[in-house]
Structure formats: structure tokens, C-alpha cells
Design a protein around this ligand. Sequence first.
Ligand SMILES: O=C(O)C(=O)C[C@]1(C(=O)O)C=C[C@@H](O)C=C1
Length: 85
Amino acid sequence: MKLIELRTQISKIDEDMMNLFLKRMEVSRLIGLYKKEHHLPVFDERREIELIEKQKALLNNKEMWPFYKSFLKEVMQVSKEYQKK
Ligand SMILES: O=C(O)C(=O)C[C@]1(C(=O)O)C=C[C@@H](O)C=C1
């Protein structure tokens, strides 16, 4: 397969991921509003551990776990930054 074709595939995947990212951030915004109204902290360590463990169990490509875990942590990090805005 040619490089240009592979890059086209990556671009399409990035577009899908962008749309899912926007959806996730909108839900995060709503959670942030709820937390503000109920005087709850943005950071919820127990929830983050639960989410990471759930994803680890779902992932059937174990080699990818360290990479996917970093990705998830970054996603949660930007989610928290958005809630604090
Ligand atoms: O579930 C929450 O309480 C959220 O605010 C969402 C979220 C996330 O992005 O997954 C963000 C911050 C918390 O530390 C835990 C999880």
C-alpha cells in the first residue's frame, strides 16, 4: 500500500475521532455544570480509575494497552481543563 493511501486512511480516522472527541467534550461540559451546581470537585480519582480499568478489560489488543492508557489519560486531562474553564 502506498504512503498516500495510508495517510488518507489516517485522515479519515482522525475525522471520526474528532467528532467523537467533540461529543465527549460536550458531555464533559454538562458534567462540569452539574459539579459546579452541586459544589463537587472536577477531579474524581475513583471515576478515572474505574474508567481506565473498564477500558483495559475491554481492550483485546494487550500490546496497545500502554499506548491507549496514555491516550485515555490525556483525554481526561483535557476534559478536566475544559470543565475548569
Ligand atoms: O465522570 C466525571 O466525573 C467527569 O467529570 C468526566 C471525567 C472524564 O473526562 O472522563 C473527567 C474528570 C473526572 O476526573 C473523571 C472523569
